[in-house]
Design a protein around this ligand. Structure first.
Ligand code: FRU
Length: 502
């Protein structure tokens, strides 16, 4: 058995639990210099089971410190997904010594109730901490939101709504989101609903989030809807809507309606491995970013991916921003700038510009490091007809390819021959496609390769793909291939990234 965080397939600059099972990120907030990350966790096995909240903190969103489990299941049920906030004004009364309490809001999933076929087995509970999130006490009055009889009634995401001086909870309820408001985090009232008529309904709506984003002086509200199944390339996926919030409910922008009707959705990520993503609470105003992190897996195969003592990792943290287009607002997704600190100063980065390529460029031979842990930026003029591929491979002939195809104006991610793929029928059944949304002449690919994942942020985050893979040995080769005649790389940069776990 190898040392923790050095096992085969272990992500080197992504968060993954030391041992056991992980799914959704939960309860993220920033307080006193620490980014908190909780997660759906079953410590005893590497498959889904009785849910706890695992816990880690980071000062920089790149290096994570594992902390003891924060919430254990109890007589009311398993601890399902939810959020946490800093209760600055002590509206809940849980604070002591003039310090704001930290309050977690989560779903209780009662297994006995589910087995008995009752419809009310999911309720919302709260817990608080007065020691920087190190220990949590469950509220004696739980549950704070009872169930009105809907099977799926979960994943509360709470924010403070300054304009209306209230807490707002977005809740995923089967085929729509509900909004609940409160003055004290203990008493809640249903104030509105959204979604039955809009967006994708290929599966159950889960993990809600709603927050304001600014475009200059304009403030719009973004509503996140995780859905399983129904994702753009199968299984789990994350769709979003842009509109307004009137203190009671979400109101969809007119301009978006044509794009989210008849079962269509707008997607934050087109890969198969970014699910249940929600955003950090309480990031200081001076910073002002809205940062999302997702679970880098898919319910189609999450329980059977070929990893050892742990299962699943989180995506890289991403900044969400509004992009104004002729067809209404869209959300762009880009990696947080803190990740630049992972660029290894001991290994010289590759930098090329204005280079003509006949059909293939051997990038690896120009690097003085293995491409396994790397960040790449590639820009080129939109090809007339051909494809542009970034291919990483190993001596066994296993390869992963990500790139752009001008034939149908799509980005694609091909893990069909990436290594271990047979553990599931749906893992490598097809090449994953993502539409190019930008229309600039220059195409920009920004890719992070970890040992077992690739994340593409194309055109400054207008199209995103996150996919995982499991080669039998680490990829050592990297090439850029093209079928375009007279293809020219405008710029290429490749950095070696440092592990955050060594
Ligand atoms: C999403 C989800 C949530 C639920 C949790 C259970 O992946 O199904 O809706 O709270 O996982 O672990």
């Amino acid at each position: 058995t190898s040392k923790l965080y050095q096992e085969q397939h272990r992500p080197q600059f992504h968060f993954s639990p030391a041992k056991g099972w992980m799914n959704d990120p939960n309860g993220m907030f920033f307080y006193k210099g620490e980014y908190h990350l909780f997660y759906q966790h079953y410590p005893d096995k590497t498959i889904w089971g009785p849910m706890h909240w695992g816990h880690a903190v980071s000062k920089n969103l790149t290096h994570w410190e594992n902390l003891p489990i924060a919430l254990y299941p109890d007589s009311l049920g398993y601890i399902f997904s939810g959020s946490a906030v800093v209760d600055w004004k002590n509206t809940s009364g849980f604070g002591i010594n003039n310090q704001p309490p930290l309050v977690a809001i989560f779903t209780y999933h009662n297994m006995e109730g589910e087995k008995a076929g009752r419809g009310d087995f999911e309720t919302q509970g709260i817990a608080y901490s007065n020691d920087k999130g190190r220990t949590w006490t469950k509220f004696s009055g739980n549950p704070v939101v009872k169930n009105t009889g809907t099977r799926d009634f979960r994943d509360p995401k709470v924010i403070w709504d300054e304009a209306h001086k209230q807490w707002v909870m977005s809740l995923a309820v089967q085929d729509h989101h509900e909004f609940w408001v409160s003055k004290n985090l203990k008493e809640w009232e249903n104030s509105g609903n959204f979604g039955k008529e809009w967006g994708n309904h290929g599966g159950v709506w889960e993990c809600a989030d709603m927050f304001p984003l600014k475009d200059g002086n304009v403030t719009k509200w973004v509503l996140i809807v995780n859905i399983n199944p129904g994702g753009p390339n199968g299984g789990s996926g994350t769709q979003y809507f842009v509109g307004d919030f009137d203190g009671k409910t979400f109101i969809l922008d007119e301009a978006l309606k044509p794009f989210v009707k008849n079962g269509n959705g707008l997607w934050l990520d087109y890969g198969k491995d970014n699910y249940a993503g929600v955003t950090w609470s309480d990031i200081p105003k001076a910073d002002g970013r809205r940062i999302l992190i997702g679970w880098m897996s898919n319910w189609q195969y999450a329980n059977i991916v070929p990893t050892g003592v742990w299962r699943s990792a989180a995506t890289l943290p991403r900044v969400l921003s509004l992009k104004s287009t002729s067809q209404g607002y869209r959300v762009s997704v880009n990696p947080v700038k803190e990740l630049q600190a992972l660029r290894n100063p001991a290994k010289k980065a590759l930098q090329l510009s204005n280079l003509n390529i006949a059909s293939s460029l051997d990038v690896a031979s120009k690097l003085n490091f293995k491409p396994t842990l790397s960040e790449l930026e590639l820009s080129f003029e939109k090809p007339q007809k051909g494809k542009v591929e970034i291919e990483i491979s190993n001596s066994k002939g296993e390869k992963y390819i990500i790139g752009y195809d001008s034939e149908n104006n799509t980005f694609f991610s091909d893990r069909t021959k990436s290594g271990k793929v047979d553990f599931s029928d749906t893992f490598a059944e097809k090449v994953h496609l993502a539409p190019r949304l930008a229309s600039d002449k220059i195409i920009k690919l920004h890719v992070y390769f970890d040992v077992s994942s690739a994340e593409l942020f194309a055109d400054n985050g207008e199209t995103v793909i996150t996919d995982i893979f499991f080669p039998n040995e680490d990829y050592t080769k990297m090439k850029i291939n093209t079928s375009e005649k007279n293809f020219k790389i405008k710029t290429l940069k490749v950095w070696n990234l440092k592990s955050t776990w060594k």
